[in-house]
Design a protein around this ligand. Sequence first.
Ligand code: PLP
Length: 469
Amino acid sequence: MMNLREGLAAYLRKGLTSFHTPGHKGRADLLPGVEFPAADLTELPGLDMLHAPAGVILAAERRAAQIFGAERTYFLVNGATGGNQAILMALAAAGRPGAVLTDRRAHRSVAAGFVLSGLRPVYLPVVLHPDFGLALGWPRPEETALAEAAALHLTSPSYYGSAADTAALVEQRDAAAPDLPVCVDAAHGAHFFGSSFPPAPLAAGADLVLHSGHKTLGALTQSAFLHTQGPRARRLPLAQALETLQTSSPSYLLLASLEAAAEQAAREGLTEELRVETEALRAALGGDLRLLGPADVGTYGICGVDWSRLLVNVRPLGVGAPEAVAWLRREGGLEPELWDEENILFLLGVGSTPADVRRLRHSWEKYVRQCRPARPMRLTPLREAPPLPPVRLTPREAWLAPKYAVPLAAAAGRVAGETVSLYPPGIPLIMAGEEITPAILDFWRENADRRWQGWSGRSAGTVLVAGRD
Ligand SMILES: Cc1ncc(COP(=O)(O)O)c(C=O)c1O
């Protein structure tokens, strides 16, 4: 068995073209002035303190704030993951009554933030797109839900590059609940500079915005930005939460990479040349494959589409995505970000080149030619998910509760002790603390053979419930 470093080296030797994170794509020229390993330092005399910045970190955070259009930007060394957790802890400290209106597709760090903070979520339903079977759109929240909430936590853009209309939501907030903080997890949208991208949530008026610096920009993996503006984003609890959650030995490699990434994003970002190549790819493949694109804006709750993400549905070819991915990796030397049964996601980043996109297009063209004539489709589309179940325990109460396994058939009316998601669409069917309704149970049993995440008793046909046996 290879050791870890040998495994890493063996992976790199394959020389696959990256269509996944990180956004720098291994290009050293995107990290100027970051010397490795000499710069792997932490807080030393003459350097600065991440949790009480007053020198070079503060200056770099201020420059980043200017670049992204924030009032205050925090550099994060535990990714947007730490940022989501800190946002929720800070909201709890602010003590606004009510539940937090939350996107059901939120990253697991949001669920962790609920456990840490003790806050109660109310989930916004998602809109599934029939062609992709994925949660790509957003419904507008009810005015009364906004008026009664403690905060709104939205995820936009989605992993797949579809964006919500944050400006409309902020407008709705201004009318219904002017004090309500609007927090946007824009982990996947740090590169939204310029008019070819959907509007950035900060420009749309969001109070707290998270960007992963490593997903599409040039920062090193694990680094992120948390931006705030306006009086609803209370800075002291936020700084305290960040200090509670993050390491006391932040790496200057990550911090320096954030500074470089912000400067580089503003200067160049994802180039026009890259966009033109991407458009050519969409035009060449759009007849044979289903690609999420500009024509989808205005449908199924989608308000914008990021051109630098390529979500490809292979159903029209009559093949499954794993089969197509195996071919693209083997014959094309391409590595996508992720795939499910029928969709494949390719990510461009600041390190991507037009030649990468041409390579992707040529590989797809070759693959499409060899798939013709399309074989009959084998995939059964997912039926609409059942209505969201009621929240009986907060995620924290559910976390702390004793739990035991019951047969799935006997679980109706019980409170789930674990969060279980069907993949795709990868959003929770049931969250820990929610009631397992008969509709949820029917859907669960009908789809038992599909891919599940978080279902600990799958092989035994049981589910963990909260409470005592
Ligand atoms: C929507 C969303 N938010 C937050 C995160 C966490 O980001 P990070 O990897 O920077 O911790 C992810 C990671 O994939 C994500 O998809």
